[in-house]
Ligand binder design. Structure first.
Ligand code: SF4
Length: 377
């Protein structure tokens, strides 16, 4: 294993492996499924191949059984809280990008408190604080303040904000933050700058090293993900799987999760190339293949996905889901429907969603972390 994931990624030829996957013979795919697990990236490439799509029912059975062995019947639920849509970046696919003339807003600390109370009243005990890249949030102490506030209301607090330094992450961990999510969007170093033409996010290696810095600062949970739609998806799945495997070894104290967001319509007007977004069936295949490659990997599916799809993947390999999300700052206390980063597709209430989980024999778990912080459930 290399010293950093950047070195690890650069040492691999994942494009050739993705090509191998696309052309994998049916007998190789069948043999990979019959093994019941993926011991290598080559096995994973066979499992996500077009040839393995015909083996999906068998993969689903294996994946469900591994998931039940390592995670039981639990489905952990969380709510994302968008605290601000001010952003200095210009990601070509995002409705919050700097070039868009939209109403910009960062919630005040009391407004964040109102949102947290609304989220708690919905039943959630695990929150993900999300913000665009706004350097003032870090320099002003705002992030620490809202993390502390969130921890006074919620047992489990994670962040999805601009990549920061270890010193900043240490402050957030000290304020009660336990998890850090950062989507690499694409692991292709050549494609990356075409999607992120300006702003701090244009620096590929700084973003790529974020989970390692989070682990160094003591983050207990590290979340990763490609943005499916911006590049050839088999390459991205192989890369995020490699990243997760690297972190299982390097950050062995942390829980590692992967999200598989597929692009949804947003105000950006970005149109993904046909074929870059996996179909529903291919996404199920990805989930099962990742489960067979990394049995302890937490797999997250959000409300970007349709109700039908989310119901279909319950119990197959997914271990965490958001519900009743709002992607608009201030959107929980005031559920008006504008200024969103992207549209959500499953708008069931938390109770309706929990009932759907129970109907499939799963236990909705509202609180992701039972630490001895003395907070009620
Ligand atoms: S994806 Fe994130 S960093 Fe990029 S423009 Fe949107 S909010 Fe900003």
């Amino acid at each position: 294993m290399k010293a950093t994931f950047l070195e690890e990624l650069r040492s691999r030829d994942l494009h050739s492996l993705a090509e191998y996957s696309r052309n994998c013979p049916a007998e190789t795919a069948r043999a990979a499924v019959a093994k019941g697990r993926a011991d290598s990236l080559e096995d994973l490439a066979a499992l996500i191949s077009p040839a393995a799509e015909a083996e999906l029912e068998g993969m689903a059975r294996i994946s469900a059984s591994i998931t039940s062995k390592y995670f039981g019947r639990a489905m952990r639920l969380f709510a994302p809280l968008y605290v601000g849509n001010e952003c200095v970046n210009n990601c070509v696919y995002c409705g919050f990008a700097r070039r868009h003339d939209i109403e910009r807003r960062t919630l005040t600390v009391p407004e964040v408190g109102r949102e947290l109370s609304a989220i708690r009243a919905l039943g959630f005990r695990s929150v993900l604080l999300v913000a665009g890249e706004n350097p003032k949030l870090v320099s002003s102490g705002y992030m620490e303040e809202i993390i502390r506030l969130a921890r006074s209301i919620m047992p489990s607090v994670s962040i999805e904000i601009a990549p920061s330094r270890v010193a900043d992450y240490k402050k957030y961990v000290g304020a009660g933050c336990e998890g850090l999510t950062v989507f690499q969007e694409t692991y292709d170093e050549k494609v990356y700058p075409t999607l992120h033409p300006s702003g701090p996010k244009s620096v590929f290696w700084w973003r790529l090293g974020t989970p390692e810095r989070g682990a160094e600062a003591g983050m207990r949970k590290l979340g990763l993900g490609p943005l499916l739609g911006v590049n050839e998806w088999r390459f991205e799945i192989l890369a995020v799987a490699l990243h997760a495997k690297f972190l299982f070894k390097r950050a062995w104290r942390s829980q590692i999760s992967v999200s598989l967001p597929r692009m949804r319509p947003a105000a950006s007007g970005y149109i993904p190339a046909p074929g870059n977004i996996p179909t529903d069936r291919q996404t199920v295949q990805i989930i099962c293949a990742l489960r067979m490659f990394l049995p302890r990997l937490a797999i997250v599916v959000s409300t970007r996905e349709s109700r039908k799809f989310r119901d279909g993947v319950m119990g197959l390999g997914v271990t965490q889901m958001s519900a009743f999300s709002s992607t608009k700052p201030g959107g929980y206390a005031d559920r008006a429907d504008s200024g969103e980063q992207f549209h959500i597709d499953d708008s069931r209430t938390p109770e309706e969603f929990a009932a759907a989980l129970r109907a499939r024999g799963l236990d909705p778990v509202w609180k992701d972390y039972d630490a001895s912080f003395g907070l009620g459930g």
